[in-house]
Design a protein around this ligand. Structure first.
Ligand SMILES: NC(=O)c1ccc[n+]([C@@H]2O[C@H](COP(=O)([O-])OP(=O)(O)OC[C@H]3O[C@@H](n4cnc5c(N)ncnc54)[C@H](O)[C@@H]3O)[C@@H](O)[C@H]2O)c1
Ligand SMILES: O=CCCC(=O)O
Length: 498
């Protein structure tokens, strides 16, 4: 089978060799052993982009074994050697930022301009982890038994499996894989079947940076093989840590399966973020914060605002201001147009989900203030413009179900107590946002919100230096930040008798 891009795009790759349809296992570029493939589509027009190698459970087992073999020597690599590897890798990603952004736009439908921001965000993680490598300190502990001395060291865990979603195909890989490798582990990464090309290109650059064979393995698999391949990840005893970003349902399943072999898990799952604007808020700031939180990636991030609570005294003013700012902010065009800053939804399925949420809300009393889904939009079959609805209430679907699309549902509230209760009335606990000018309210509400991350007077909280993760059904563990490498190491205590 000839493997070439199946469609024309208005972009010329500076280095076309970054495009590949194969997986990367044990330092070799491989097809699936059965020769199976699956297709990747461009969300901007639903046209096929390429056929990608579809690895099966046996192939994935081989990748785990390759990672295990590589771990035997990689765990002994010097900190300084790993720093240089990370630095070369990050530099190569920067040098190839345009091509990587183009791949991201092609398979995710993200505007090219926004894809460049994503590449930078992804590279920031590698820079951050690199700087942390030589600061993996242990402790000395006073021993109760006078003749003993106790100290601790941090050691890599072994083979780490990283399973990533489609909505952030560069940063979700560097955030997991970067930290795991920086800490001295070896990795088998399974990217989402919708967006394997970014993962493949990142692995090409890892190889060029001098990454030893087997340290990073990329296994591309179709949606249909995910469950089977997942069993290998959870049952194989060589895997010591499974790090997953994706839906709560799949995360819950993987977590339970991993418990059977006592694997560590890091789970970054779904969100349902409350965004609260109090009566004393700076409304300009709040509207701008909401635009960056709600409409980033067309509403397709786990930290996007989902339930927007506005104090009843300002709800009308805020809705009009928000509509005006949305109108002034977004420019729709082809995702390749440098002016475009708002892209399509990932898929028709996503479009249908938001259609259901809008119809449900309208049938229960909400009204559209701005936008509304357009069937057969000139910007593609999956395009939905930023949409604002007011009159939301607790009986509507969006209150319990993550929208993952560009719908801003405004719900009015009266008191601080009432809004805290509504904000916490969800199984998710990932991000939350508040806008107020009252310093005592900042502390009180931040501490009362049941969420792993709170943004105060900001709508964009994601950063490599921030501990990223949730509580309740939004998962366990933190990625990024000062403690990022701790997630991928074990503390060993050594007691010495003198
Ligand atoms: N908290 C975060 O950091 C974060 C980040 C991005 C996305 N998300 C969440 O992810 C969801 C959207 O992503 P999605 O639809 O791709 O999620 P998903 O759970 O369907 O898929 C995520 C990944 O898991 C794989 N997978 C699915 N079933 C599997 C199985 N049985 N065994 C092994 N792997 C399996 C998929 O192929 C994909 O690679 C949203 O709910 C969003 O909030 C969370
Ligand atoms: O979708 C979730 C991850 C996006 C982010 O890191 O902000």
């Amino acid at each position: 089978m000839a493997h070439i891009l199946s469609k024309e795009i208005p972009y010329t790759f500076k280095d076309p060799s970054l495009l590949d349809h194969r997986s990367f296992v044990g330092g070799k570029w491989v097809e699936g052993s059965k020769g199976d493939t699956f297709s990747v589509y461009d969300p901007a027009d639903n046209q096929k982009v390429w056929d990608i190698a579809d690895l099966d459970r046996e192939d994935v087992k081989g990748a785990i074994e390759a990672a295990h073999t590589a771990f035997k020597s990689f765990k002994k690599s010097l900190h300084r050697e790993r720093r240089w590897l990370m630095r070369r890798w990050a530099d190569l990603i920067r040098e190839n930022a345009d091509d990587l952004a183009a791949i991201c736009s092609l398979e995710l439908g993200k505007p090219f301009k926004e894809s460049l921001v994503t590449v930078k965000y992804g590279t920031d993680f590698l820079d951050w982890f690199e700087s942390a490598i030589e600061r993996q300190y242990g402790e000395t502990i006073p021993a109760a038994k006078g003749d003993n001395r106790i100290f601790t060291v941090r050691q890599p865990q072994g083979v780490v499996v990283a399973i990533t979603p489609w909505n952030s195909p560069i940063a979700m890989i560097t955030r997991k894989v970067g930290a795991a490798i920086a800490a001295g582990n070896t990795v088998v990464c399974k990217p989402a079947p919708e967006t394997p090309l970014c993962a493949i290109a990142i692995a090409k650059l890892f190889e060029r940076a001098g990454g030893p064979p087997g340290v990073l393995n990329i296994v591309t698999t179709s949606a249909g093989k995910a469950a089977d391949v997942g069993k290998e990840f959870t049952e194989n005893k060589l895997v010591r840590h499974l790090s997953f970003t994706g839906s709560t349902a799949v995360g819950r399943y993987l977590h339970a399966e991993c418990a059977k072999t006592f694997k560590k898990t890091s789970l970054e799952l779904g969100g349902n973020a409350p965004f609260i604007v109090f009566g004393d808020a700076n409304l300009e700031k709040a509207a701008e914060g909401l635009i960056s939180s709600k409409f980033r990636s067309s509403g397709q991030t786990c930290v996007c605002a989902n339930r927007i609570f506005i104090h009843s005294s300002i709800v009308e003013t805020f809705a009009s201001l928000l509509a005006k700012k949305v109108q002034d902010t977004f420019h729709f065009a082809s995702v390749w147009d440098p002016k475009c800053n708002f892209g399509p939804l990932y898929s028709f399925k996503a479009f249908e989900k938001i259609d259901v949420q809008i119809k449900d809300a309208i049938s229960k009393g909400a009204e559209i203030v701005y936008g509304g889904p357009e069937k057969n939009s000139q910007w593609g079959p999956n395009f939905c413009p930023p949409t604002i609805l007011k009159g939301g209430n607790k009986d509507m679907l969006f209150m319990q179900q993550e929208t993952f699309g560009p719908l801003a549902f405004l719900v009015s509230f009266e008191t601080d107590e009432e809004v805290i209760e509504m904000a916490n009335d969800t199984d998710a606990g990932l991000a939350a946002y508040i806008f107020t000018e009252d310093i005592s309210r900042v502390w009180r509400i931040s501490e009362e919100l049941e969420a792993g991350m709170v943004g105060v007077r900001v709508g964009l909280i994601s950063a490599c230096e921030q501990p990223f993760g949730g509580i309740k059904d939004s998962g366990t563990g933190r990625e990024g930040g000062r403690d990022a490498l701790d997630e991928y190491t074990e503390v060993k205590s050594i007691t010495v008798g003198i």
